[in-house]
Design a protein around this ligand. Structure first.
Ligand SMILES: CC(C)(COP(=O)(O)OP(=O)(O)OC[C@H]1O[C@@H](n2cnc3c(N)ncnc32)[C@H](O)[C@@H]1OP(=O)(O)O)[C@@H](O)C(=O)NCCC(=O)NCCS
Length: 210
């Protein structure tokens, strides 16, 4: 059930870890630095994201600093969570939920995963939970995902989540030394709720959302 919050009532204070079918989403800790470094230091992982490969020091600083938030209480904040395999405890990636505007109740999601754990649906499963948190718990009206149009794997994640492609912005950013086109995907709270309703009609053992 998607709530329509009163003005001022947009906060997210999850109980951690957040559990999905196969994953745990939880704040990053200093114990995650090596696992984060294993994939965030790779050029292929960073090809279509707005940061360069990171060294261990940069990652440790961010885990202790700007990635340390555990709640969303004001626009402009973001929540960065580690994604852990529930069965093994391996950190397989990280996801981010950005709270853009209180007035417009808008946000954005992003995801970066270790290629060693690719192709098993973990990014989609974790990102779906971010949409749930954003719509159902924070009370957002609209959530977007913005990506480089060459990033096919990321576009497939957005489509699997049921997000609509709304725009293709041609050569709109100078990205890592070249003009880059952006694809914008979006979902509204009403679409999220409708997808949940459709999935639950007359069926069992079906994922609640696309
Ligand atoms: C974008 C990114 C997270 C996508 O990773 P991914 O492994 O393709 O995505 P998922 O973990 O959701 O796995 C989906 C794939 O697993 C397959 N799969 C296997 N088992 C599955 C399951 N149980 N459930 C769902 N999908 C499953 C799907 O068919 C899909 O394959 P396909 O895309 O070839 O059709 C990854 O490429 C990445 O981290 N890239 C670098 C960072 C980046 O660019 N981030 C996005 C910035 S916008």
């Amino acid at each position: 059930m998607v709530r329509v919050p009163d003005d001022g009532d947009l906060t997210l204070r999850p109980d951690y870890p957040i559990r999905t079918e196969r994953l745990l989403l939880r704040p990053l800790t200093s114990g995650d630095v090596d696992a984060l470094h294993a994939y965030r230091s790779r050029a292929d992982v960073c090809r279509y994201v707005p940061f360069e490969p990171m060294d261990r020091r940069q990652i440790a600083d961010r885990v202790a600093g700007q990635w340390a938030g555990t709640t969303l209480t004001a626009e402009g904040q973001f929540l960065m969570l580690g994604v852990e395999l529930a069965q093994t405890g391996d950190l397989v990636g990280d996801v981010i939920l950005m709270f853009h505007s209180r007035l417009h109740r808008s946000g954005e999601i992003g995801y970066v995963f270790d290629p060693r754990f690719a192709g098993r649906g973990y990014a989609t499963e974790a990102a779906r939970e971010l949409l749930r948190l954003g719509f159902e718990d924070l009370g957002l009206h609209r959530i977007v995902a913005r990506l480089d149009e060459r990033n096919d794997a990321s576009a497939r994640v957005a489509r699997r989540l049921g997000m609509r492609q709304e725009a293709r912005l041609v050569d709109n950013e100078m990205f890592k030394g070249e003009w880059t086109s952006e694809l914008d995907f979006a979902m509204l709270a009403a679409e999220w709720a409708a997808a949940g309703d459709r999935a639950s009609v007359g069926r069992t053992a079906v994922p609640r959302h696309p």
